[in-house]
Design a protein around this ligand. Structure first.
Ligand code: SP5
Ligand code: ZN
Length: 341
């Protein structure tokens, strides 16, 4: 399988995130992508190519223009105030506060963020746009007739909604790629999110649409991040009613429960008549993940890949979460190898 990779991911190197009440070193680190790339090479998955630049147009098909301009200028405006530390928000536009975009970068940072774990740094814009290019170059390959491609996207994307960042995500790589597939003639695209955390951003982007089916298997939001979306009764709205499926599972759920949910999701994808599949591939479902609570073992990821392959669809894998840095490479490559076996 072809891998698309860019060194620009290193430019996203946040110092800290607010977790359990203190600023801790970011879980989402450059070493994650380095480990995945090393495993791709070591296990001879296939060629590794650089992305092609696609510009802002495909991003603006999915994201709000004000949000995109904010991300483009945020670091410069932040650092002009003499701040050399990562930009993190400190309040939110919560219930009954005015829903208006503030003028000041500080207020905009709060307005356009979902959480306090997604630092904007000097290199965020470059890293996030390169990550989109990685996903779009993968989509190009599918459009060109390839069976599958692996977009080694970092920073990840699935928590980024139409107009906010969060959960270590800035642009929704998988959603932008799915939209690109639609724009290049694929009529029905399914996005399957297997990251431990609900793909709130992707759901947000496609919630009113019937041409992109969204399905997510994740830790139950009653106890797990992102808490405010990902419940089973969210089924889509308007045209999109019946085209959104959430499979929330209790934290600590066993492997067979997880694979049962996967089978339900795969059945829906087949029923939908998808012409292409985008997989939001988080491996924070791993038993050793430091911030998540499912129990998949390293060999289970081979099984996941094999089950996805059984759909027989052109498939684009986009990397999302996974924070057990030592095993992340084997876990990810196991999915891809299982797919190809
Ligand atoms: C892409 C992705 O996987 N984003 C995940 C963002 C999760 N951020 C908040 C995690 C909070 C976990 N709390 C557990 C604390 C363990 N001490
Ligand atoms: Zn995750």
């Amino acid at each position: 399988m072809l891998t698309i990779y860019s060194d620009s991911h290193r430019l996203q190197h946040g110092r800290s995130e607010l977790i359990d009440g203190t600023l801790k070193p970011c879980f989402e680190t450059p070493s994650r992508a380095d480990m995945v790339l090393a495993a791709v090479r070591q296990r001879d998955l296939g060629d590794v190519v650089h992305p092609r630049r696609h510009g802002l147009e495909p991003i603006l098909r999915v994201h709000d223009e004000g949000y995109v301009r904010f991300l483009e200028t945020a670091w410069q405006r932040w650092s002009e105030m003499g701040r050399d530390y990562d930009a993190l928000p400190k309040m939110w536009q919560i219930r009954r506060l005015r829903e208006a975009v503030p003028e000041h970068v500080e207020g905009q940072l709060c307005y356009y963020s979902m959480d306090c774990g997604t630092p904007i740094t000097a290199g965020t814009w470059q890293a996030a746009t390169a990550s989109v290019d990685v996903a779009l170059t993968g989509a190009d390959r599918l459009i060109g007739g390839e069976r599958a491609a692996f977009a080694l996207t970092r920073p990840p994307g699935h928590h980024a909604a139409r107009d906010y960042c969060g959960g270590y995500c800035f642009f929704n790589n998988a959603a932008i790629a799915a939209q690109a597939l639609r724009d290049h003639g694929m009529h029905r695209v399914a996005v399957l999110d297997v990251d431990y955390h609900h793909g709130n951003g992707t759901q947000d982007i496609f919630y009113h649409r019937s041409d992109v089916l969204f399905l997510s298997i994740h830790g139950d939001p009653r106890t797990e991040y992102p808490f405010f979306l990902g419940f089973a009764d969210e089924k889509g709205d308007g045209e999109g009613l019946g085209y959104n499926f959430n499979f929330p599972l209790a934290a600590g759920s066993c492997v067979s429960t997880w694979f049962f949910a996967l089978d339900c999701a795969l059945e829906q994808i087949a029923r939908f008549g998808a012409e292409a599949l985008v997989v939001s591939l988080g491996v924070d479902t791993f038993e050793g993940d430091p911030i998540s609570r499912f129990q998949l073992g390293t060999p289970d990821f081979v099984t996941l890949g094999a089950r996805l392959a059984a759909l027989k669809l052109p498939t684009l894998f986009c990397l999302e979460g996974g924070y057990a840095v030592g095993p992340i490479g084997d876990n990810v490559v196991n999915v891809l190898a299982g797919f190809e076996a």
